[in-house]
Design a protein around this ligand. Structure first.
Ligand code: ZN
Ligand code: ZN
Ligand code: ZN
Length: 253
């Protein structure tokens, strides 16, 4: 299995518009962070996790010119779904498969209602929505995927476990059940916004506490804000099994 980080930034991306801090001015490519998303290649399937407003740029830069078989959606915030209209080249007459919870499906119908019209305008994207239950594993062509419910302030959203990989973003609180579901996992991807606490996102110390509880072989931090600082300054201070992900980074699981 392979994972390509298509984006590792928080909702504003890095550099952030109108900011001239050291991170936003950095010329290290690892400090250029598009909105959080990942491409997982498993058993011949290309699964996209989240489809934010940078989707098209991300696929052109890091997508390996690959096909996509399905989109897994963690939640309906704009930085995770703002690019769904750009899925149109992947849509077939049966509809491009989207896997998400019922609340996300409802939000999508509100955001891009023209895609769900009874008589859609010619050429608009056509989706096939597969509603998932956050408590139940589901399958895409034989690949088992386990939703990992986590709390994002008041919103219950999901991460995904696929084999030895767990991908969780935008978490602020994680239930005992989800900790159990990822305990001892090989590769953990987890959000860490910045050093200071935040109401709806893990800070760096929240993420490190979760990592030490789960004890993965290796963990990658994603959904980073410019306030996290520069990759070259922060990563050397982290525990040995914790890396900071960057856009275009490819890992093998
Ligand atoms: Zn987000
Ligand atoms: Zn900045
Ligand atoms: Zn969010």
């Amino acid at each position: 299995m392979e994972l390509i980080f298509l984006g590792t930034g928080t909702s504003t991306g890095v550099p952030q518009l109108m900011c001239d801090c050291a991170t936003c001015r950095s010329d290290d490519p690892r400090d250029k962070r598009l909105r959080a998303s990942a491409l997982v290649k498993v058993d011949g399937l290309n699964l996209l996790i989240d489809c934010g407003p940078d989707f098209r740029t991300q696929m052109l830069s890091y997508g390996d010119n690959g096909n996509l078989d399905a989109l897994l959606i963690t939640h309906s915030h704009y930085d995770h779904v703002g690019g769904v209209d750009d899925l149109r080249p992947y849509c077939t007459p049966d509809g491009f498969p989207l896997y998400c919870k019922a609340d996300v499906a409802k939000d999508l119908r509100d955001r891009v209602p023209y895609c769900f019209a009874e008589h859609p305008y010619p050429g608009v994207p056509h989706y096939a929505i597969h509603k998932i239950d956050s408590e139940k594993p589901f399958f895409i062509k034989g690949v088992e995927i386990t939703p990992l419910p986590v709390n994002h302030y008041k919103l219950e959203i999901v991460g995904f476990r696929i084999g030895k990989l767990a991908y969780i973003t935008d978490a602020k609180r994680i239930s005992r059940q989800t900790v159990k579901n990822v305990s001892g996992i090989d590769t953990l991807v987890i959000n860490a916004l910045r050093h200071e606490p935040h109401i709806s996102h893990f800070s760096l110390s929240d993420a490190l506490a979760f990592i030490s509880e789960v004890s993965p072989r290796v963990a990658y931090l994603t959904h980073l804000s410019h306030q996290m600082g520069r990759h070259a300054d922060v990563e050397p201070k982290l525990p040995e099994n914790v890396r900071i992900a960057y856009d275009g980074m490819k890992i093998y699981i």
